[in-house]
Design a protein around this ligand. Structure first.
Ligand code: HEM
Length: 440
């Protein structure tokens, strides 16, 4: 009489399992946040409660690394259960629905027993109720030694036993008999198999949670890395912009420099060649090489003449050569206070080859052109006017004679002394100035 009732119970349990499995599949296929998710959430809580109901036996097996719900929802790594179940987490909802399936199966098993159920079977079910951790069994460890259990499907599979689990053939005798009896009724699964199936399912679900968590961690790391990459890209863009701006400034400066060099370069028609090398000094002018360079008055020049108030002036002197047998010069005087240009003259200094005879040719802004000749001796040049000409409207009194003396003093400074005679004054010193060299 008891066998038909048992078969009914088992059928009901299997139907319940099938329905739960279907719900799980729907949760997997359906969009996140739908009714299935809600069911999954509540089912997960129920599953947790179910595991709690199992008392100490439901605690996590140390070798499985996941946490029993009654351990304050925090595992040994300090990760809370909330980490596994973020709001709107489709994966966790799905996993929760799997718990729902597991719980539903368990709930079916926990229904009040049919009155005519054999006493042995009731005892067996009470003693062997598994928790969601799956590996903990009753205090007598009866079912830890049970035959292979099923997984999510009704197909019998090997149980997830710990390595230390004893062989399956030590199952207590009454339970073995009951299972054998049910197998002989052509039922697809025994009660033990159903129970262990739920246990295996819980393990699988927990491992899915573990997967879900690690995937979530990886996603979080990926997001973090992506943010860092974006930040670095931004910095790189900024640096590129700065480099580009710098390049532009360098280009502009280079253009300016080229322009200045073009402006200071001699007329292209007189360029000696493509080389920018300084021209080699003609040996003819070598006796005057001590005069070469750019010179600046130091101190200011002193102007005198019997008809004039003494005055001071600044003067810049350029004496150079371009490889020809002569020197080129320019003297440019300025007012010492206003820096206003004053007297200016330019010309050439020639040497008669193989002699120390010097010809000084000058054109002045006052309208005078003159030729002075003399001699160079060491680092001193003394010359006197050979001819003086002027413009027709030159200011009076006219200069009639001029003498000059250049020398390089013991300090390495260039000195010039100018004397003149006018139509009204005898030869008298008009200028004395000392220059310091500022460029070669
Ligand atoms: C070899 C070159 C120079 C010659 C032949 C020359 C000749 C003369 C002559 C003839 C006078 C008129 C003197 C008078 O009124 O009695 C004069 C005046 C004067 N010179 Fe020179 N001079 C020369 C260089 C300079 C230089 C380098 C300066 C520097 C600034 C200068 C500054 C003056 C001044 C300020 C006066 C008075 C105002 C004037 O008449 O413009 N001279 N010079």
């Amino acid at each position: 009489m008891a066998k038909p009732e048992a078969r009914k119970l088992k059928r009901a349990a299997l139907q319940s399992e099938a329905a739960s499995q279907e719900r799980a599949l729907q949760a997997m296929q359906g969009p996140p946040g739908d009714a299935v998710a809600t069911t999954a959430s509540s089912s997960r809580a129920e599953a947790n409660r179910s595991a709690c109901d199992a008392g100490d036996e439901s605690r996590t097996a140390p070798d499985e690394g996941h946490t029993a719900p009654d351990e304050g929802l925090v595992d040994k790594s300090g990760i809370s259960m909330d980490d596994f179940t973020p709001p709107g987490s489709g994966a966790c909802k799905f996993i929760g629905s799997l718990h729902s399936y597991s719980f539903s199966s368990k709930h079916t098993r926990e229904r009040p027993p049919v009155p005519r159920e054999p006493v042995d079977r009731k005892r067996l079910k009470r003693d062997t109720e598994p928790g969601c951790s799956g590996t903990s069994l009753g205090p007598d460890k009866g079912l830890a030694q049970s035959p292979p259990s099923s997984s999510l499907t009704a197909t019998p599979q090997k149980p997830s036993q710990s390595p230390s689990a004893p062989p399956t053939d030590v199952t207590p005798k009454p339970a073995t008999e009951a299972v054998q009896s049910e197998h002989s009724d052509a039922s697809p699964m025994s009660i033990n198999e159903v129970i262990l199936s739920a246990s295996g399912a819980c393990k699988l679900i927990d491992s899915l949670h573990s997967y879900c968590f690690s995937a979530r961690q990886n996603r979080s790391r990926a997001c973090c890395l992506r943010e860092q990459v974006e930040k670095k890209n931004g910095e790189l863009r900024s640096l590129r912009q700065r480099v580009s701006r710098s390049d532009s400034q360098v280009r502009k400066l280079q253009e300016k420099l080229d322009e200045l060099q073009r402006g200071s370069a001699p007329n292209p028609s007189s360029l000696p060649g493509p080389s920018r090398e300084p021209p080699k000094m003609n040996p003819v002018v070598e006796p005057l090489s001590w005069m070469l360079g750019t010179w600046l008055s130091d101190p200011p020049g002193a102007g005198t003449f019997p008809t004039l108030q003494p005055f001071q002036y600044l003067e810049e002197v350029h004496i150079s050569h371009v490889g020809q047998p002569m020197l080129n010069f320019s003297f440019n005087a300025f007012h010492p206070d206003t820096r206003k240009p004053m007297h200016r003259e330019c010309g050439f200094i020639r040497l008669e080859p193989d002699t120390n005879k010097v010809a000084f040719v000058s054109a002045q802004n006052t309208g005078i052109v003159e030729v002075e000749e003399g001699e160079v001796n060491g680092q001193e040049l003394c010359i006197a006017s050979h001819s003086i000409a002027r413009i027709s409207f030159a200011k009076e009194p006219h200069v009639e004679q001029i003498t000059r003396k250049f020398r390089l003093n013991s300090e390495g400074k260039l000195e010039q002394t100018v004397s003149m005679a006018t139509t009204t004054q005898p030869m008298t010193q008009h200028l004395h100035i000392t220059y310091k060299k500022v460029t070669p």
